[in-house]
Each structure stands twice: as C-alpha cells, then as structure tokens.
Design a protein around this ligand. Structure first.
Ligand code: SAJ
Length: 461
C-alpha cells in the first residue's frame, strides 16, 4: 500500500484493515512499546531486531525489559496474532509500508555520536524500501543526520529520492524510562518531515495510536533539535545545581533548603544535585548538537561545561567520602564501604553510564572493601557487568551495611528512603558515616552522633 499516495484521512481505515503495515526496527525500551502500541490497535506490525536472542524472548512472550504494563501489553498483542517478530529486516520491509526506526544512538568513548545502528538499518532493512513508503526516525539523532547520513545511503541502495519517491520524518521519542507506555499514550509528540507531505502522513499515523497532541514543526531537522534542546536544557540545569551544591558545601549552607525556598518563586525550575548524571540520554545527547555546532565553526561553551561538571560529580562523591572518613580518623584503604544503588535512576532496571560505575572503580583502586546493594540487580547483571562481582554484591541492604565504616547512597531507590538511621547505627561501625549522593535524608532528622554529608549539604559531627 503506497502510504505516501494516500489522502491522510484514509490512513486510519487502512491501518485498521491491515492494508498499511508497519515495521519497527529495534525492539528495545522504545521500539518494543512503539510496536505494541500500533499492534494493540490492530495494525499489522513486523518487529525487527538484529539480536536473535531478543527476537526469541519476545516471541516467547517475554518483554525482556522492565517497563510497567509492557508485559501485559505484549501478552495481549501476541493473542491478536498481528505482531510478527523477526530478525529478517528484508522480509519485514518487503511486507511493510512504514519503517519506524528505534535503534540506539549512543556516543563513542571520544564523545562522537555513533550512528552505526542507523547506518545498519539503512543498509539492511531500508535497502528494500519501496516507492511511496514512509520512514520515521524515533531514535535521537542530530539535525542533519537524515539529510547527510540516511538519505544518501538510501538513494545509493535503492535509487529512490527522498520526498519524491518516499517520505521520511523525525518523531523523536519523549518517554521517561519507567513510564514509557504512559508517556507514549499521553505525552505530545513532535513531528517534522523532510517534506510537508511526510509531516502530514506521519501525523496521521501517530494520531492513530495516541490521543496526545501532535506538534508539527517545520521539518525533520527542527524535530531533532527539539528533542536535543529538551535534554540539553535538563543536563545544563542539573549542572547548575551540581555547581551550586559544591559552592554551598563550602559556605556551610544546605542546597535542599535553598531549592525548597527558591521554588516558591513562580518561574524557578528546580533540579537537584547528585552523584552524577547517567542513562542513555542526558550524558550522550548534548554531544550530538556539539558535533553539529563544530561542523559550522561554533564551539558551544555552556553545553560542554555542563557535561564536564556533571561528569565530575562521581569524583566529588569520592572527595566527600574521603573527607567523612578523615573526620572519623579512618583511612579509605581497607575501609568497609557500603554502596547503595547502582542503576542510573531510581526504580529503573538500567545501568547505562550510571555514576555508580566510576565511584565503584575509583574506590576499588583506593583499596576500599566494597559491599554493593541495589534492589534491582539480578544475577545476570553480576555476570554481565564488569564492575560487579559475586563477592561484593549483597542480597540485602542489611548485609551490605553490616559493620560498614561508610555508607554511600548513589541511587535514590524508594527502599533507601525508608531507612531508619537509628536502626542503621546498630548495624554499622561507629560512628555511622553516610555520604548521601541523592540527598534522600532530611538534614533535621539526622542523629547528632553520626557523620552525614550530602551533595550541597554537610553535617559533620
Ligand atoms: N538527575 C540529577 N538531577 C536531577 C534530575 C536527574 O542528577 O535533577 C540525574 C539522574 O539521577 C540520572 C540522570 O540525571 O542519573 C538522568 O535522569 P533523568 O530523570 O533525566 O532520566 P532519563 O535519562 O531517563 O531521562 C529521560 C529523558 N527522556 C528522553 O530523553 C525521551 C528526559 O528527557 C526526561 O526529561 C526524563 O526521562 C524524565 O523527565 O524523567
């Protein structure tokens, strides 16, 4: 069904009766929910992933990622028999009219964006693009990636010209891990096409699966820039509060008290200092725009400095730990240090670029004896993640903190917020030392006989 030739009004009916079929490339935290939300509405969907293990897991009804209500949605969709999971991108594209690209776009160690997954989709699946098909990029990319990377590859592989022979648009994913299904159903979507027609047809497609507002922007480059602007705004603001935290520590002030008071002003937008900024988005996205800026001879300063400030927070946690141990006249060498929290954000089973990684590595180099506890760590994580060992991963908070000289909170899991400090004192060495990397405790409730340091707030004995 040549979707680009259809009047947009006809698209809902053609989706419902199976005449328009959708291929989703990449079945991870974004791609799988995207595929299921189309399939849930009766659309014939081909879910494509190059990892055969993921294909088999999903075929067997295993949602393979932790997202609320995802497993139930997969089970329901698999009963409909309109969701086909495959690693055969050629077959999927031959049978589909729309290709939605949801593959990871990380940055390499040298902070250069890595579009190898996007390029692989162009050279494999999209090699079988047909005249009047539509391509939609949900993966986070920089403005210009469609024009400068994808379109030339597609034209070389197929002879098809963008805009004239097929449609292509950007509809960046805007979901918060841990709330993805909810966000997909309710968060407005940004759509920008290479042509106006691409924007219109893509809009009709997404209106079929969400009641949320669709924001049409001028073109695909603008849509990419909106997504990057959202995440750079967040990264820069977090960096501001991380820098203020370090200053207020030195001034003997409590940044949380300051944020709470400042939040009474109508246009104050609080962000929170912490052990660092992790995850697949914030530590990576700014470099997409930095790279584009450098290509046009502009080197951003604030965006780069914000990344440096945030990337330095794990080292700051180490400095606070050394200061607290010194206060108790203890050395870090052979100190028993409990690490609470390893995932990059609370209550989400994801370790990507977590600040905990470098904190664990540095303390290991300093010859501390680590006991690590995170309620979300699974046995397979310990074998797969090189910074975790069987010997230092504990099954419970109590086992991790037992006899510890110092406790470092790195991730603000709900379980840790329920800790009763008076009870904790009975389990650890004396004095209890807490380095609160997420400021989860109320400074006013800290017992007088413990050493407590938060990020931007200090209460030494
Ligand atoms: N963090 C802070 N201080 C803050 C907020 C976050 O240090 O005030 C840290 C977190 O601990 C974490 C990192 O930053 O290590 C990232 O936190 P995040 O809440 O931004 O989590 P992400 O990476 O899952 O961000 C996603 C993003 N969504 C997309 O890119 C589509 C982001 O745009 C959303 O704003 C965010 O979810 C969200 O709102 O939760």
């Amino acid at each position: 069904m040549p979707i680009m030739n259809l009047p947009k009004e006809k698209i809902p009916k053609k989706l419902k009766n199976g005449e328009i079929k959708v291929a989703v490339f990449g079945l991870g935290r974004i791609g799988l929910p995207t595929a299921l939300l189309f399939a849930e509405k009766g659309v014939i969907v081909y879910g494509v992933d190059t990892q055969k293990s993921i294909v088999e897991l999903i075929k067997a009804g295993n949602a393979h990622i932790d997202e609320p209500s995802l497993a139930e949605l997969l089970k329901k969709v698999l009963e409909n028999n309109n969701f086909f999971i495959t690693s055969d991108s050629r077959d999927a594209m031959n049978k589909s009219d729309v290709a939605i690209i949801c593959v990871p776009t990380p940055v390499k160690a040298d902070k250069v964006p890595d579009y190898s997954n996007i390029i692989q989709v162009c050279n494999m699946g999209l090699r079988y693009l047909k005249r009047d098909d539509l391509i939609i990029v949900e993966s986070t990319i920089s403005p210009g990636t469609i024009e400068n990377v994808m379109i030339p590859l597609i034209e070389t592989n197929t002879g098809l010209k963008a805009g004239k022979d097929y449609g292509i648009a950007c509809c960046p994913e805007r979901a918060n891990p841990g709330q993805i299904i909810t966000n997909f159903r309710s968060t407005p979507r940004i759509i920008g096409g290479y042509t106006k027609k691409s924007t219109e047809i893509t809009t009709a497609l997404y209106q079929y699966i969400t009641d949320a507002e669709i924001i049409q922007v001028s073109n695909d480059r603008t849509a990419c820039a909106v997504k990057l602007t959202e995440n750079i705004f967040r990264d820069v603001n977090i960096a501001l509060f991380n820098e203020l935290a370090i200053l207020y520590e030195k001034l003997g002030l409590d940044i949380i008290e300051i944020i709470e008071a400042a939040s009474t002003k109508w246009n104050f937008q609080p962000h929170y200092p912490g052990a660092g900024v992790g995850g697949p988005c914030l530590p990576a996205n700014p470099y997409y725009l930095i790279q584009e800026a450098i290509k046009v001879g502009f080197v951003p300063y604030l965006i780069r400095m914000a990344r440096e400030i945030n990337d330095r927070m794990p080292q700051h946690i180490i400095e606070l730990t050394l200061e607290a141990l010194n206060q108790a006249e203890k050395s870090v060498k052979n100190a028993k240090i409990a690490i609470l929290g390893v995932t990059y954000k609370p209550n989400v089973h994801d370790f990507q670029l977590s600040p905990a990684i470098s904190i664990i590595q540095i303390l290991t180099q300093l010859k501390a004896k680590l006991s690590i506890y995170d309620p979300l760590i699974r046995q397979e994580d310990i074998s797969q993640l090189n910074f975790l060992q069987e010997s230092n991963c504990m099954q419970s908070l109590e086992m991790a903190v037992k006899d510890s000289d110092c406790i470092i909170i790195i991730t603000a899991h709900d379980e840790f917020k329920r800790i009763k400090l008076e009870n904790l004192k009975k389990m650890t060495a004396t004095p209890l030392i807490i380095v609160d990397g997420r400021n989860i405790f109320n400074l006013k409730e800290i017992p007088t006989d413990i050493i407590y340091i938060g990020v931007g707030r200090k209460k030494l004995m």
